[in-house]
Write a protein of this length. Structure first.
Ligand SMILES: [Zn+2]
Ligand SMILES: [Zn+2]
Length: 427
């Protein structure tokens, strides 16, 4: 008798194949969750210690999207979890152990009330992302919070203040070192008109944004603030077309020629960086003074005309700072400032978003070279590139249990007990 032939692998059934593939999927899912957990910890450390300030990125989510090559919305999720890492130790622990996914912990970090870590960590083991969303909607509405700083970026429904007995439309502004804050008060009818106008511009922006779906360098989703600027721009363009001179409203800057100090026309004194920032792009007129006398007006050739602007937009498309990708409200930055004799020609111009334009003139990042040899460096002098940090791994994947996802059993919301924050201690 000859030795039995080596056993042929029996033809496996679909069930067996699927079972084997699901096993591998569970293994990889556990590892990926654990890796996402570590990524979140790294981002939290970068945020906590303010390490990102010198990178030139406009925000933590922008930094994450840039350095890891993920979509803006996924970067938002990572940043949201990182931002509340210390508030949700059990949820993040689940992520680190591979049992919860980033998206599960993400919706919790984006919406869950303070103190609800244990509640949602337990729920997340059986609830899918959409079930978690439902549970989060059932949370009691937060009362006015004492920590005012936390909620600028968190989507919390705040009840409108009680209406004024006789509301008068008004616009007030306050200014600090970096920003001007506008408060607009409108009666409901005008507010509805305003909202409809804002919404139509937001819809248009989102439609434009959706069309870019296929490109890899898609900018972040347009916000209501972008819609507001578009609304202003549209009104402005209509107004310019209606006026014979076709001139845009001009910011007038007064420059003392001896000391190069500048003040906005009848306005506050400008710092060096703000003077160069304001006088860099087109909509600014500089008047020079010496010993209190006007000695001239700044060269007008630095105005970027429509044709030049179109050529610039065609060439640069987005903000030229690596990792940015902004397309809205871009400024034409003079690489060699016109104060230093830089001409308003294509080779000496680069499109930058307002954030990076300001960052450059404040010295947080540096944009040098000509348009063809552009070099952008961060606060520490490191050259920025738009590539992500991804490379083939050199370490073993995390040793965690396979993760088969949440059990996802049919949720019975009738019996679900939403998270109740403990009564606030009053002292
Ligand atoms: Zn500039
Ligand atoms: Zn930018």
């Amino acid at each position: 008798m000859s030795a039995p032939a080596p056993a042929e692998p029996a033809p496996t059934s679909f069930d067996d194949r699927l079972g084997a593939l699901f096993d591998e999927l569970a293994e990889l899912t556990g590892q990926r969750n654990a890796i996402d957990g570590r990524i979140v910890e790294i981002v939290a450390e970068i945020e906590r210690d303010g390490l990102w300030g010198a990178t030139g990125a406009r925000s933590i989510p922008a930094l994450v999207a840039w350095k890891t090559g993920v979509s803006p919305s996924r970067a938002e999720t990572i940043a949201a979890v990182a931002h509340r890492l210390e508030e949700f130790p059990q949820c993040v622990g689940g992520l680190r152990q591979g049992t919860l996914s980033l998206d599960q912990v993400g919706v919790i970090a984006q919406r869950a009330a303070h103190g609800s870590d244990a509640h949602f960590a337990e729920l997340a083991h059986c609830a899918t992302v959409s079930q978690l969303r439902t549970a989060l909607k059932l949370q009691p509405k937060p009362e006015a919070r004492p920590d005012a700083d936390a909620d600028v970026d968190v989507d919390v429904d705040v009840d409108p203040p009680a209406p004024d007995p006789d509301p008068q439309p008004s616009i007030t502004t306050t200014t600090d070192e970096h920003y001007t804050y506008w408060q607009i008060t409108l009666p409901h009818v005008e507010a509805a008109t305003f909202e409809a106008a804002l919404q139509s511009h937001r819809d248009a922006l989102i439609a434009e944004w959706r069309q870019r779906l296929e490109t890899d360098q898609r900018p972040p989703m347009p916000t209501t603030a972008d819609a507001f600027l578009r609304l202003v721009g549209a009104g402005w363009d209509a107004e310019v077309a209606a006026r014979p001179h076709g001139q845009r409203t001009t910011v007038v800057v007064h420059v003392d020629a001896r000391d190069a100090v500048a003040s906005l026309h009848l306005g506050p004194m400008l710092t060096d960086s703000d003077r160069r920032y304001l006088s860099c792009d087109a909509t600014c007129e500089a008047w020079f003074h010496r010993d209190g006398r006007t000695i001239g007006v700044g060269r007008t050739t630095r105005t970027v005309n429509r044709r030049l602007r179109r050529a610039l937009e065609h060439r640069d498309r987005t903000c030229v700072v690596p990792g940015c990708g902004a397309t809205l409200g871009l400024h034409a930055h003079h690489l060699v400032h016109w104060e230093d004799g830089g001409p308003t020609e294509l080779w000496n111009l680069a499109l930058v978003c307002p954030y990076h334009h300001r960052a450059h003139h404040r010295g947080i990042i540096t944009i040098t070279g000509t348009a063809d040899t552009l070099c952008v460096t961060d606060g520490a002098g490191r050259v920025l590139s738009s590539a992500s940090l991804a490379r083939p791994p050199t370490t073993l994947p995390p040793a965690v249990e396979p993760c088969r996802g949440p059990t996802g059993e049919r949720a019975d919301w009738w019996w679900y007990q939403p998270f109740e924050p403990p009564p606030a201690a009053r002292n």
